[in-house]
Design a protein around this ligand. Structure first.
Ligand code: BDP
Length: 715
């Protein structure tokens, strides 16, 4: 397990910021509620525009909510919170829709009115499946109704959140014709939470799960958390770290986890556990964990029966095996398929699935990023139908920029899902502002050419291209005990974007960002535009001041600051007196050949490789001519300086928001941007000064010269 140990001064500064923000509030802001960010995007601020308010009210004279279940109760609560906030009153609940402006919510089973809608409507309804919904405006018996219809209460819950979102983003609700259904089956938040409540790569305080207090005491946060997930359509949660402690499936912990599962269930959120492959040894005292051993098999069968007694609707297991020191089938001379299938067979009678991670690498290969493809591609077709291979978005890790993993498109007979990271492991932890929606989109809309033209990664993982029996999208998430859940308020935006894109990867990440801003900060156009601009700049800035032009993994061991001089970094950037970059072309490690044509040729050829991936695929000389006419060295400099400048632009835009948004979050982000600027300069100067020792070239005078020498940064 890897824990961070670093930058104490930043920590101290962060606590100070929080303190100052609270004092500011106590002194000056008594009139307004303290905006601590706890409500995230479900703030339901009152509609101030009178015309719009009148319109909304005219459609909300009464509510008919059909059915009775725990999920229906959740819907009822949400409507009350939502309407009391948005229009400052809760319309009456009624049993019959006999009034103009009634909101009707139900399934064909629970609502006579919905069951009697025309065939066209019912046909559409059938097609949206168990989680989809329709939100439509209709005249029925002379009354103008808004109807949220679905096949299940869960679908109704998602439809309700959608309807409330329209009002939160001040959209008209007078003529609705919405049809939605999710594109992937498992929209899953992966927690890397440990038994001791530390969160690997978490950065937002202790884990939400208070293991000591469970199962007796239940924190309010459990419900609140499930509600946020549900508002986006996230329907599954892996409760614990992939570097899994076997004790998570001990009887003692199953009792605790079952309480979480009970709390999440009405929100449509299923629990998964990450298991340790050696559990039969650790918990069962067996001599082996060999997946083909009878005793091992029996042990898992019994354990799984016990688990399902506690959690009858457990989603299944997530497994990190034979990776970074975690045990796995390879120890016994077995393949990943042997390991995954053994567990899959045991889970099958309970309808459980195995999410088996493809994040493997070792010392065997000269080019680490080849390994997942080399190891898993030959196993295509060998996995059971209830196994899903969980593949990180890129072939290396969650790096600022990398191409999509070539496993997307390579696995035609193996369910393959994608894993993104929401937490900012390589992107400034809790200190830097970086909206990841654009990055998710960039990968999901990458053309793999697996089946000729336009076979997006998104098409593959949604099962549109191959006959996958299960599909999914995972996001490694970091919420903790920080008052605002994610520490940096903008990490919320990546959580939000992940959820919305997991629902439908065809959505535009910038429209999603706009929704998030409107719901989280303000509906004022000028404010929205400024924050959107900041979010747009943030992604490129984060790449530019860290790892431009396809550079990668040049951070410190903690993955926060720069360390281009470290042995690991050197093994990735390969900078030398003759040039920089990793040769993965056909004359190098040949990794380009893991991609389909025309990508193989495009990536292999210096004239056609996208410049933002140049050094990922090629080793080129310092004087190599770029498309801009710059030499590579000049271009690198330009990117690094641009990155810092972009953080400056973000600061200018943010500063102009003072007095226009709440002082609490304004001050917090303002202080964090100052840290980000300082860090960006440190990244720039460290990298350029180090590379300069090899390139032997100057940083032109027109640039502000680094304040310190290399030894300063290396310290
Ligand atoms: C690496 C992280 C490490 C995780 C690992 C994984 O640094 O903390 O355990 O990924 O995804 O990037 O398993």
């Amino acid at each position: 397990m890897v824990f961070k140990s670093r930058i104490l001064p930043h920590k101290v500064l962060f606590v100070l910021i929080l303190l100052l923000v609270s004092i500011g509030n106590i002194k000056g802001n008594t009139a307004r509620a303290f905006e601590d960010g706890y409500r995230m995007w479900l703030r339901y601020e009152i509609v101030k525009n009178n015309d719009l308010l009148r319109q909304y009210k005219s459609y909300l004279n009464a509510v008919v909510l059909n059915g009775s279940s725990e999920t229906i109760n959740v819907i009822k609560d949400e409507l009350e919170i939502g309407f009391k906030g948005l229009i400052s009153e809760m319309p009456d609940f009624k049993t019959t829709p006999d009034e103009d402006g009634t909101l009707v919510i139900g399934t064909p089973k629970s609502s006579k009115l919905i069951a009697s809608l025309n065939q066209k409507h019912l046909k559409k309804l059938k097609a949206v499946g168990s989680e989809g919904y329709l939100v439509t405006t209709k005249r029925v018996k002379g009354n103008k109704l808004t109807i949220i219809s679905a096949n299940t209460d869960r679908g109704l819950l998602y439809g309700t959140f959608h309807f409330l979102r329209l009002m939160q983003t001040r959209k008209p609700i007078s003529n609705l014709n919405i049809l939605e259904s999710p594109k992937v089956e498992y929209r899953i938040a992966n927690h890397w939470d440990n038994l001791d409540r530390s969160v690997e790569r978490g950065y937002a305080g202790l884990s939400l799960w208070d293991w000591e207090a469970l199962p007796d005491e239940k924190s309010d946060r459990y419900k609140a958390y499930a509600r946020f997930c549900s508002s986006l359509g996230i329907n599954s949660v892996v409760i614990n770290n992939v570097n899994a402690n076997a004790h998570f499936i001990s009887t003692e912990y199953l009792k605790k986890i079952s309480i979480l599962a009970n709390i999440f269930r009405p929100y449509g959120v299923k629990v998964f556990v990450a298991i340790n492959f050696n559990s039969p040894q650790t918990l069962g005292n067996l001599k082996t964990a060999d997946p083909l051993n009878q005793e091992v098999n029996k042990w898992w069968r019994q354990k799984v029966n016990e688990i399902y007694n506690f959690i009858p609707d457990l989603g299944g297991f997530l497994v990190k095996a034979d990776s970074e020191g975690q045990p796995g089938p390879n120890t016994y001379g077995r393949t990943h398929a042997d390991g995954a299938n053994m567990l899959a067979k045991v889970l099958k009678p309970h309808d459980g699935v195995v999410m088996w991670r493809a994040f493997v690498y070792g010392e065997k290969q000269k080019d680490r990023i080849r390994e997942a493809n080399d190891e898993f591609k030959p196993l295509d077709g060998k996995f059971d139908e209830n196994v899903i291979l969980q593949v990180k978005k890129g072939p290396l890790d969650f790096m600022p920029r990398e191409p999509f993993s070539p496993l997307f498109g390579a696995m035609k007979q193996t369910n393959t899902m994608i894993e993104f990271q929401i937490t900012q492991e390589y992107l400034g932890n809790e200190f830097h502002l970086l909206y990841k929606g654009g990055m998710y989109d960039e990968i999901l809309k990458s053309d793999t050419y697996a089946e000729g033209k336009q076979t997006y990664v998104g098409d593959i993982i949604s099962g549109k291209v191959y006959d996958y029996t299960h599909t999914g999208m995972a996001g490694v998430i970091n919420p903790g005990m920080a008052e605002n859940w994610t520490a940096h308020p903008f990490v919320q935006s990546s959580w939000y974007a992940f959820g919305r894109l997991a629902w439908d990867y065809n959505q535009d990440p910038w429209e999603i960002a706009e929704d998030w801003i409107a719901m989280t900060f303000s509906n004022d156009n000028a404010i929205k535009n400024s924050i959107l601009e900041i979010m747009k700049i943030s992604e490129e800035a984060g790449v530019n001041y860290r790892e431009p032009l396809g550079l990668t993994h040049i951070g410190t061991a903690s993955h926060y600051g720069p360390a281009p001089w470290s042995e690991r970094s050197k093994s990735f950037h390969r900078a030398s007196k003759d040039g920089i970059g990793f040769d993965r072309s056909k004359s190098g490690s040949k990794t380009v050949s893991q991609y389909y044509e025309p990508l193989e040729t495009r990536f292999n050829n210096l004239n056609t490789v996208p410049e933002d991936l140049l050094l990922w695929f090629h080793h080129v000389g310092w004087d190599y001519k770029m498309k801009s006419g710059n030499s590579l060295w000049e271009e690198l400099i330009e990117h690094y300086y641009l990155g810092v400048e972009q953080v400056g632009q973000m600061q200018v835009l943010w500063n102009a928001l003072e007095g226009k948004i709440d002082q609490e979050r304004f001050a917090m982000v303002d202080s964090l941007l100052k840290i980000q600027k300082k860090d960006a300069i440190e990244w720039r100067d460290s990298c350029l000064l180090y590379f300069q020792t090899l390139s032997g070239r100057e940083i032109p005078e027109k640039y502000e010269q680094p304040k310190y020498g290399l030894p300063h940064y290396m310290k």
